[in-house]
Design a protein around this ligand. Structure first.
Ligand code: M6R
Length: 643
């Protein structure tokens, strides 16, 4: 959601910034822009376009503009529609200051009024433009950039990341961070700024994560950083391992399809990684250690001895773990669906009650801080604003917080008490696929690891659980292969004609059905509604007709399965069209279905994981039939960094 890329250095900025914006496209945007201090006349040159970065590239290349310092942006509209006027960069009246911005300036209305009253003209409806005008005025009042920024941040309320370019300071850039991610890549004779390290991964692996509530003044050879009180902040440079940075489609038509197929490998990697961090000879710092000892440790996997150091990685004291009476899971979107599935794991395996919260709701509910609890935040990106704010809220009560994420360089990792990184590799498609299956897998592993610690399972059962995950990952992939042809040749065409779907699940397959409905809605734009199958007769049954296919996801628990069969009968008795995702041997359900996908049996708690690949593939193919922009659905952003 919005992306910032900026450059100052010995080289030219245009190509780097445009390439960086292309790499941040996955975050979601609807317009883009570029500005630089033109090497020829030393004044600003800029281009803004509505739509894709490729259109911006074309216009910038046509305009033949470039310089040694520049800023670029992809905008996801919040304040004002997606048009050229509202696209970033924005300028002050005299066009001496140019700015790109992620986040929201909450005080923009009162600031705008003040600025208009003192004679400023505005060209857009954005909150961002206010900052350009305000900063231009502050530069006239204050003698140093530092003081002007301090004044600016004292007036600008909200959560934001800013990159500022000034004609009167043509060798410098300013980067400001307040509750929105911003990183600096340190090069030789050049420095890079971006909202995600992906933008400069091939330029440098030396990264400075600007701390929250701080800003940096950057030129080609130096970076000075200050907090919002004006104190100097030491520049702690981290070596980031960019082994994850391959973002090619590798021959697949869409990232989503590539990522669906990467799931088995991603789960395998995640489980080997868990075994590794849970083992005795672990180097806990390896994540930022380019010479990490992972390979050496991996060779010992078969004779693994689980170490209690895993709890240190999670920021937990042994005593806390022993006394744990409740686990809270907090997340948004697909990650929240994963939490609802994970609840079954923890309650069944660890016998610890679990509360699951939607992060956007949690923040505004009454909060009763309790000891003997732990809060686990699950987020693919580690940047989702609502989840991050929920984390900050819990941190403020000094309760144990753990983040499970795919992005180790994310803000949540830096702010949580501990973290568990998944090894899914970059997920580019807006629709979450492999992150979802890795979230489920890693928490299945952790639930067993907690149970092992509490003496509820044996070492052998722990190893069996790991093997069960690997077997299920195999089923996830092989089921796609079994139905690939039939789905892509006939079924997708048939189901793409329907205008609405109902999804049903029960017990552990209910949150999975919610996830399936979300996938269909977000990428195909087909209306989908999900219900717990047992609720059908309490109202939704009135919706059953031939024009609304019912997609039902089975379970492997015999008792619940029988209940689902009864629900399937209710559907068929009303002439509903039933599609089932069933398991081998579930003949009653299969016979009742107009179309069924039959999946090999796995451990009952892993039933959703086994169905994941096929469900995603089915929805992907329906969407492809409709010709939708699968990887970048309308109105959506990959990283939802505004509330
Ligand atoms: O990065 P996060 O896991 O925190 O993101 C949460 C949701 O925004 C995300 O899962 C969203 O629902 C996906 N687009 C679903 O495919």
């Amino acid at each position: 959601m919005c992306g910032i890329v900026a450059y100052v250095g010995k080289g030219h900025c245009k190509d780097f910034i445009l390439e960086g914006l292309t790499r941040l496209e996955y975050r979601g945007y609807d317009s883009a822009g570029f500005a630089c201090i033109n090497s020829e006349h030393k004044r600003f040159s800029y281009v803004k376009t509505v739509g894709l970065v490729s259109a911006l590239k074309e216009s910038v290349n046509k305009a033949l503009i470039d310089g040694h310092v520049g800023i670029g942006h992809t905008r996801w509209a919040t304040h004002g529609i997606a048009n050229q006027e509202n696209a970033h960069p924005h300028f002050n009246c005299s066009k001496s200051v140019s700015i790109v911005h992620n986040g929201i300036i909450e005080s923009h209305e009162e600031l705008r009024e003040k600025l208009i009253n003192s004679g400023h003209d505005f060209y857009s409806t954005t909150d961002t433009e206010v900052i350009a005008h305000l900063f231009g005025s502050l530069l006239k009042i204050h003698h140093t950039l530092k003081n002007a920024v301090l004044d600016l941040v004292s007036q600008a309320a909200g959560a934001y990341a800013l990159a500022l370019l000034m004609e009167d300071y043509p060798d410098q850039l300013i980067a400001v961070r307040r509750r929105s991610p911003l990183v600096i890549g340190i090069g030789e004779g050049e420095n890079f700024i971006a909202s995600d390290v992906l933008a400069f991964w091939d330029k440098t692996n030396k990264v400075f994560f600007i701390p929250d509530n701080s800003f940096a003044i950057i030129n080609k050879d130096s970076v000075q950083c200050y907090d919002f009180a004006g104190n100097s902040v030491p520049i702690k440079i981290q070596d980031v391992d960019f082994k994850f940075a391959n973002t090619d489609k590798q021959g697949f038509e869409h990232y989503m399809l590539k990522e669906i197929y990467e799931q088995k490998k991603a789960i395998d990697n995640t489980i080997s990684f868990c075994r590794f961090i849970g083992s005795k000879d672990v180097c806990l710092k390896h994540i930022f250690d380019p010479n990490n000892k992972r390979k050496e440790c991996k060779s010992n996997i078969d004779s693994i001895e689980y170490s209690e150091e895993i709890w240190q990685q999670l920021g937990l004291e042994i005593e806390q773990l022993k006394n744990l009476k409740q686990i809270n899971l907090i997340a948004a979107g697909t990650s929240w669906h994963a939490c609802r599935i994970i609840q079954f794991f923890i309650e069944t395996i660890c016998k610890i009650p679990v509360h699951v919260f939607l992060s956007s709701e949690f923040r505004y509910m009454p909060f009763f801080p309790k000891v003997d609890t732990v809060f686990i935040f699950i987020s693919q990106s580690g940047e989702t604003a609502d989840t991050l704010e929920a984390l900050r809220l819990v941190n403020s009560y000094n309760l144990p917080t753990i983040v499970v994420t795919n992005v180790v360089s994310s803000t949540m990792v830096r702010e949580a008490g501990g973290f568990l990184p998944m090894q899914a590799g970059p997920e580019i498609s807006v629709a979450s696929t492999k992150a979802f299956s890795c979230q489920i897998s890693i928490l299945y592993w952790l639930a067993h690891r907690i149970a092992l610690f509490r003496g509820l399972i044996s070492l052998d059962q722990m190893r069996v659980a790991e093997d069960d995950l690997l077997v299920t990952a195999e089923v996830l992939e092989s089921s796609i292969e079994t139905y690939k042809w039939e789905i892509s040749q006939t079924l997708a065409k048939f189901y793409a004609k329907f205008e609405r779907f109902i999804f049903l699940g029960r017990h552990i397959s209910y949150p999975f059905a919610m996830e399936a409905a979300l996938k269909l809605k977000e990428i195909s734009y087909i209306f989908a509604q999900c219900y717990p199958a047992g609720e059908l007769k309490h109202g939704p049954i009135a919706l059953i007709d031939k024009r609304t296919p019912i997609i039902m996801f089975s379970v492997l628990d015999d008792l619940i399965y029988q209940k689902l069969v009864a629900n399937a009968q209710e559907v068929k008795a009303r002439n509903g069209h039933l599609v089932s995702f069933a398991f081998e041997g579930q003949n009653e359900l299969i016979k009742l279905s107009d179309c069924s996908f039959i999946i090999p049996r796995v451990k009952p708690l892993l039933a959703p994981l086994a169905m994941t690949g096929l469900m995603q593939f089915f929805i992907y193919q329906i969407t492809k039939e409709l010709g939708r922009p699968i990887d970048k659905p309308r109105n959506l952003a990959k990283s939802v960094t505004v509330e």
